[in-house]
Ligand binder design. Structure first.
Ligand code: NI
Length: 169
């Protein structure tokens, strides 16, 4: 296994649509392993193929309270419901977070590493992570969903602004 170089915005691969995986090859298995290792190293929630320089529809997700990595092939969202505002960041945009609109729940489907079909209905952090990573596969970045009044702000800037306000009051 090896650590992969995570591409940072504005690398053009982050705006590309990834191609469907057509079979589980040795290369795909190696890529999945390396993506998991890279995600763990950076303590991230998820990673998509193009973030690691591979235009393949493969994502890995690891929720903080879970031990296992989810390796998902050709994932797609088939239904979504509701809107909620959540804070979000991305390993390709280090140092920044923003408030974005995400769904309350989603239905998604895809394949696993054994080429077995899966279909799930999920909410909360897993739904958010799936929406974020599947967006990556379609060349969409989380800041494309920023709610208008928070556009181009970062936690760092907001924290500074709060400190300035506090020191004034
Ligand atoms: Ni991301």
């Amino acid at each position: 296994m090896a650590l992969l170089n995570i591409l940072h915005y504005p690398n053009p691969l982050l705006r590309k649509k990834c191609n469907k995986v057509t079979e589980i090859t040795k290369d795909i298995i190696g890529l999945a392993d390396n993506m998991c290792e890279t995600l763990a190293y950076h303590k991230g929630l998820g990673l998509a193929g193009n973030q690691a320089g591979h235009l393949k529809r493969i994502i890995v997700i690891k929720l903080p309270e879970e031990e296992e990595f989810r390796v998902l092939i050709n994932p797609e969202i088939i239904q979504s419901f509701g809107i909620r505002e959540v804070e979000e960041g991305c390993l390709s945009v280090p140092g920044y977070t923003g408030i974005v609109n995400r769904s309350i729940w989603i239905r998604a489907k895809g394949l696993d590493m054994k080429w077995k079909k899966w279909k799930i209905k999920v909410e909360g952090l897993l739904a958010q992570a799936l929406e974020h990573e599947i967006d990556h596969l379609n060349g969409i970045m989380y800041f494309d969903h920023l709610v208008a009044h928070r556009r181009r702000t970062s936690r760092r800037i907001e924290t500074t602004a709060r400190a300035v306000r506090a020191s004034r009051s």
